[in-house]
Each structure stands twice: as C-alpha cells, then as structure tokens.
Design a protein around this ligand. Structure first.
Ligand code: UDX
Ligand code: UDX
Length: 477
C-alpha cells in the first residue's frame, strides 16, 4: 500500500541507452523531481558526467541539449547505488537483460541475473514505501520474481514500514529518435495491481503526456504487450525483407510494393523499409524469449512460427553477403570493399546485433580488405564486434587460406579510393547525396555499389560506370 507521501526522489538503476535518455526527459519535464541515475559501471557514469557533452556514452539527437540543461540541477549520475536507493520513493530498473549463454534456455531465455541482483539491492537498502518499476523488457511474470525477492527481504528488516509495489512500465522508445519518442509517446503503459502506485506513476507522466495516452493494465498484460510489440515490428520487417528478395528475382520493385500496400490504412505505411535485416538490442532477444516461453507453455507450433522470423532475418544477412561475393566474381581475395555504416540503424552509436557485424564477418572470411566508415561508431567498438583488431592481417592457412583485414576511415571519399565495391549498411543521411561521379573516378573497375538500405536515387548514378545493386530492386539495368 502507498503512503500519502508525495513522490520527490527518483532513482534509475542502469545508465544505458534506455535509462540515460529516459531520465533526462523525466528531469526536463518534471523540474520538481530529483532524479539520480546510478550504474555499477564507473566509466559509464564518468562519461555521463563529462563536461564535454560530446563524450556522453550514448548518442541520441537532442540528448546533449537536455543534459546541458538539467544535469547537476535535478538530474544526477552516480555510482552510489545503495545511498541513492535509500533516499528514493520510486526506483526504475533499466538494467540490461541479455540472453542466457549457459544452462537451461541458453541462447533463448532472458538472463535475469541483473534484475535479480538489483531487486536484492533494493530490498536491502530501501526505506519506507518504495515503488519498483520494471522498464527493461522482461519475460512475462518477471514482476512476480521481483515481488517475491522484495517481500522476502522484510524478514531481515530494519523497519516495519518497509513496503513495496511493483509496476511494469515498459519503454517503447526507438534508438535514434529516443528523445522525440519520450517527449511524444504513442502511449504510456502502466501495469500493476496497487492502484495508488499506478496513479502516482501516471501523475509523473501527466506532466507532459495527455491522460488518454496513459494505458493502465494488469502486470502480465503490460509485460506481454512489450514483447508482442517488438515481435510484431520484427515480423513486419522480416515480411517486407522476404518480399524484397522476391522482387529481386521476379522483376518487382520493393519501394513500389511497400508504397502500394502501405496506403491501405489497415496495414499502414511505417516500418516497411526493406534492409539488410533487423538489428538492435531488443528484437532478436525478445523473439527468442517468446520462442522459449511458447515451448515452455507447451506451444511448439507457436514457437516455430516466431522462430522462423529469426531464421529469415539470418538468411537475409547471409544472402546479401553471398550476392556481394558472387557479383565480385566469386572471390574477395585481394579486393577492397568500403563499408558505409556500422551502427544497427542511423542516428545511434549502438551496434548491438547490427547486421553490419555478420555481413562484415562474412566478407572477411572471404578474404576481403574492409575499409569501414561510420559517423558515430568508434574503432574500439568495431574491434569488439568483429573480434579482430584493425589493420591486423588475418592469414588463416589451415582453414580457408584467406588473408583479410579491416580499418576504420573517418573520411568517406578517402575510404573509397581504389576499392572494388561500396556496401551501404546503415541509412545515415550523409550517404544519401554523395558525389558518385567523383567516387567513380576513385574506384577500381569494374566497380560495384551495393545499397542494402534502398537509400540511393539511381538517377544520381547515371552517367557513371558504376554497377549498381539495390535491395528489392528487380528491374534490369
Ligand atoms: C536495454 C533495455 O532497457 C531493455 O529493455 C533490453 O531488454 C536490454 O537493453 P539498455 O539501456 O539498452 O537496456 O542497456 P545498456 O545500454 O546495456 O544499459 C544497461 C546498464 O545497466 C549498463 O550501463 C550496466 O552497467 C547497468 N547495470 C547492469 C547496472 O548498473 N547494474 C546491474 O546489475 C546490471
Ligand atoms: C525497437 C522498437 O522500435 C522500440 O519500440 C523498442 O522499445 C526497442 O526496440 P530500436 O531497436 O531502437 O527499437 O529501433 P527500430 O527503429 O525498431 O529498428 C530496429 C531494426 O529494424 C533496425 O536494425 C532497423 O534498421 C530495422 N528496420 C526498421 C528496418 O530494417 N526497416 C524498417 O522499416 C524499420
């Protein structure tokens, strides 16, 4: 049960892509609240506190401006997790929930170790009544686990007044548009049982979100809605990608098809861009989770249905890699390829599950020399993702007898000098209006441009001697 005390102090555990931007917007919209974002990662907190906001650990358009405005006023970043929990009325759990890599459900089920350890920390250090809010995407019924942990702490308790309410309040922001999504959400979903706590949270959102957009449900519906929303979105991208492959083989044009079907209001025009396959921290993980849960609940056909989305998404990355090799005469040895874009989508520095990772790895295995450009992804991050240092020549005599290497180049045009192919993997705006006549002079012939995002206007490549492949474009050129 809630006490009548008004909500003043908010704690958010997890200063990542969700916790940081979400709390920045909360602080901006609720000047009377005092918000502290805590994280066990000291380096991350240091970056959030860096006076040069260009060094924030997360890149999101509009984020720097808000941070400049509210940081050290009513928004704080700290490593003092216990003390912050102690002083907070509401605690948001924004920690990551990776897929389990060992044991039962490995590769599919979510690993709740971070959520569990946070719940234990909250149980131990909170005082009085605390509202604990799940923001991370979690498997259905995780709230029950959190509640059990919180309630069982009361035995070894210091104060009898220590009570908890658990709410589910999933975040639907998409990276790259996070600030706008947070300021103008399609809906805010609050799941729970304790009406007073639900209304306390709704009251915070009412500072900027119209009441009709705040949906109240039970806990399980809220948790399941988040998984389902992500599964539907991923399924939609996979559907359009499958039809893109169909177009390429049958003479259709995916942009025309997307436009034609999208004008049907029941289908809608958004999220119909064919691409190299979906990436990001949520889609694959959430579908894997749905597959695991379906099997757990004795629904193998449902599991198989959702699993086919993951399979098709993997196939999309593979088929693009294969066709690049094919067009370059079946071998990449001794060939250089410029990769434009490494992030999983534009306007973010996030590379989690980026299709660029698998595609670049496939090209490296074929012996390519990759020159990678991305306006926001660091060389350090690329090294982690590719599992190999830049400029390191991988000469694997035993298996494939290939030599491959990669480097990062900050300048687009110099990265294209002497290359045999350009592969556009992320839809950054800066790639839209390149000077293809100039590029054509820089490249080794025969030269290929592979546009996996359908970003380029083909007329801009007219009067060049570049060969051009575009996703979902089956017209003969
Ligand atoms: C996202 C979403 O919140 C979630 O819905 C999805 O399920 C997984 O990823 P995100 O903010 O993108 O979370 O994750 P990340 O950028 O990895 O940030 C999580 C932060 O939590 C990290 O900075 C990590 O150090 C921190 N953390 C994790 C803690 O502070 N304590 C822990 O016990 C675990
Ligand atoms: C997603 C959900 O959109 C968001 O609601 C949830 O909170 C977290 O997961 P995010 O992963 O940040 O957000 O980005 P999103 O815009 O959904 O894109 C996911 C992937 O799909 C990206 O790789 C993107 O390039 C790809 N995509 C998206 C397409 O290939 N085509 C499209 O039309 C849209």
């Amino acid at each position: 049960m809630m006490t009548n005390k008004s909500i003043k102090n908010i704690c958010c555990i997890g200063a990542g892509y969700v916790g940081g931007p979400t709390m920045a917007v909360f602080a901006d919209k609720c000047p009377d609240m005092n918000i502290t974002v805590v994280d066990k990662d000291k380096e991350r907190i240091k970056k959030w506190n860096d006076q040069d906001t260009g060094n924030l650990p997360v890149f999101e358009p509009g984020l720097e401006e808000i941070i400049k405005k509210v940081r050290d006023k009513n928004l704080h970043f700290s490593n003092e997790i216990e003390k912050t929990i102690e002083n907070s009325d509401i605690i948001f759990l924004c920690v990551n929930t990776p897929v389990k890599d060992k044991g039962f459900g490995a590769g599919q089920a979510s690993d709740l170790k971070f959520i569990e350890s946070c719940a234990r920390q909250v149980a131990k250090h909170s005082k009085n009544h605390t509202i604990v809010i799940e923001k991370s995407t979690l498997p259905v019924r995780t709230a029950a686990t959190i509640r059990t942990i919180l309630n069982s702490s009361q035995g070894d308790n210091i104060s009898d007044s220590k009570t908890f309410s658990v709410l589910s309040n999933p975040e639907f922001l998409a990276e790259g548009t996070a600030i706008n999504d947070l300021k103008n959400p399609d809906r805010v979903l609050i799941g729970g049982e304790d009406q007073e706590s639900i209304e306390a949270l709704a009251k915070i959102y009412q500072n900027w979100v119209p009441e009709e957009k705040i949906i109240r449900t039970n806990l399980w519906s809220s948790e399941l809605s988040k998984l389902t929303a992500n599964a539907f979105l991923a399924q939609r991208i996979t559907s359009i990608n499958s039809i893109a492959a169909f177009c390429e083989n049958s003479g259709g044009d995916i942009e025309e098809v997307a436009n034609a079907i999208g004008s049907d209001k029941r289908i809608g025009s958004k999220f119909l861009n064919a691409g190299p396959g979906f990436g990001g921290s949520c889609f694959k993980k959430d579908i894997s989770n749905l597959v695991y849960l379906s099997e757990y609940f004795g629904l193998p056909e449902v599991a198989e249905y959702w699993n086919s989305i993951i399979k098709l998404n993997n196939w999309q990355k593979l088929r693009i890699s294969k066709l690049i090799v094919q067009k370059l005469f079946g071998t990449l040895r001794g060939k250089s390829i410029a990769i434009l874009g490494f992030a999983f989508k534009a306007n973010t520095n996030d590379t989690r599950e980026s299709p660029a990772i698998d595609i670049c790895k496939n090209l490296l295995v074929e012996g390519a020399n990759l020159i990678i450009h991305d306006p926001k992804v660091s060389e350090e991050q690329m090294t982690k993702n590719l599992g190999m240092k830049a400029n390191y020549i991988c000469n694997n005599q035993d298996s494939n007898d290939y030599e491959s290497t990669w480097s990062k180049n900050e300048n687009i045009y110099s990265s294209l000098s002497g290359v045999d192919a350009v592969v556009i993997l992320t839809e950054w705006d800066i790639y839209k209006n390149l000077d293809w006549k100039k590029i054509s002079k820089l490249m080794r012939k025969p030269a290929w441009i592979f546009d996996t995002r359908g970003l380029l206007d083909i007329t801009k490549l007219n009067n060049t001697d570049l060969n051009f492949w575009k996703i979902g474009d089956g017209l003969e050129k």
